[in-house]
Structure formats: structure tokens, C-alpha cells
Write a protein that binds this ligand. Sequence first.
Ligand SMILES: [Zn+2]
Length: 286
Amino acid sequence: MRTDPYAVSAGEGVASRRWLRLADNRAFGKLPPRMATAQQLLQTFDGLLQPENFKDYGPNGLQVEGSDEVQCIVSGVTASRALIEAAVQARAQAIFVHHGLFWRGQDGRVTGWMKQRLALLLKHDINLFAYHLPLDAHPELGNNAQLGLKLGLEATARFGEQALGFLGRRRGGGSFASAQELAAHLEINLGRHATWVEGAPRQIDKIAWCTGGAQGYFESAIAAGADAFITGEISEPQAHYARECGVAFLACGHHASERYGAPAVAGHVAAELGIQHCFIDIENPA
Ligand SMILES: [Zn+2]
């Protein structure tokens, strides 16, 4: 997904050669550098995503402080070591992700994978910005809004805890003849296998969705009158709820459903501040 004029690589896999060449050119002064401060980025992200309005599982905003000056920001789904290494290669001074480093319930020790990720960020002076639920929720640029766009769905209402769930129908009208047809639609558009339970043989008009590990929203989706619910993951109970309530449940992958919000938000903010942005998708079977 390309949402900003400065994104020169928005595809899958690691940063493209073309992008790195452009970064090189900037580094050698062949193109005028455009720059924002880390504080400007933080204020712009906070203004857009309003993290103060959410109860979340970890801190939203600047999780790790790096260089004060940012010319290039990399977005990705998760602050994994692979993403941080790719950002180092791309000579980025900031990373924007959905899944940051710190979560409620962690024991707080900086050992193993945590030590490795933090060491890389600190060594290369890279800012880590992470927004979890506020990124899911943004009405135009968030994960749910962007997944809807990708799937040709139009939201007309919100549902569930903190109004994170989206409820709507096919953009431009029309319906899916069956859960199987909707599952095939997901697989074509996301390039991933979908796990699904039909519930009952029926036409699908009203569709609810919530990206990532939102299988716990299925009951709220049923209560909201959905014919089908789309999320990233399935757990054991959802198959039974689907069959007993006659509502289709479709899991299309946690990572697969959350690849679209981070580049949309980071791209939008980068364009606003006039800095470079690229999305780097670290392949994940989930
Ligand atoms: Zn997630």
C-alpha cells in the first residue's frame, strides 16, 4: 500500500535497492535532506491517534528514544530484530510499529531477544514509536479501516469493547453468496490461507471485522447482528459459537490482517512532515 508521495518502497520483503540508493544519495548530499524532530513525530502521531482515549496492554508513543533528528522512518507490524536490522540497513532514524517492545505482564528483564533488540536500537540511535489499540481504531488510517479498504468493505458502525470492531457491508452494495465465497475473497486479497467455520448456510450481507487476535470480539459481533466476523486468529470456542449462533467466523492471520495500518499512518505523517517513509514487511506465517 502506498499512501504518501515520499514512500519509494512499500512492497513486501526488505527495503528495495532503489530505496537504499535514494537513502545513499541523501546521505551524500545529492538530494536536499528533509528533517523532522523525534518530538515533532511524537506530537503528530499522538494528535492523530489519541492514545489517551484507550486502555491498552502497553505504552503507546515513543517507547525507545533515539536520534533527535529524523529524515527517514520505517514502518512495520512488529518491532522484531529482523525489522530493526532492516531499518538499520535503510539508515532510518525511526521505526513505527503496531506491536512494540513492552507489554503488561512482562517481567522487565533485559535479557535474550529483548537485550538484542534494544541493543540494536540504542547502538544505531533509532527511535521506536509503537501504537497498539489506537492504531487499530483510527477511522481512516488504522488497521481495521485499512483492512476494510483492502477487502472492499465499508464500515457503517462500530461495536465491541472500546468500539474497536468495525461493522458494515460490501462497498458499493452486493453480498457474498456464502461464507466460502467470503473466505475465497479473503484469500485472494490477502494472499493467505483463511481458517473459517461456516456457522449456517446463508448469504453474507452484514460483515463485522477486527484485526489481529480479536477472536474474543466474536460474541459482540454476533450481538451486533453480523452474518460473518473476520479477524486474525481463531481459538477453540469460536467454532462452537459459529455453529450454535449460525454466524460465520473467519481467521485470516494475525500478521496478515495487521499489515496495513502502520504504513498508512507512518506514510501520512511522513508526508505531512516532509520526511521519507518506507514500509518493510517481515514475512510471518501468522
Ligand atoms: Zn496484533
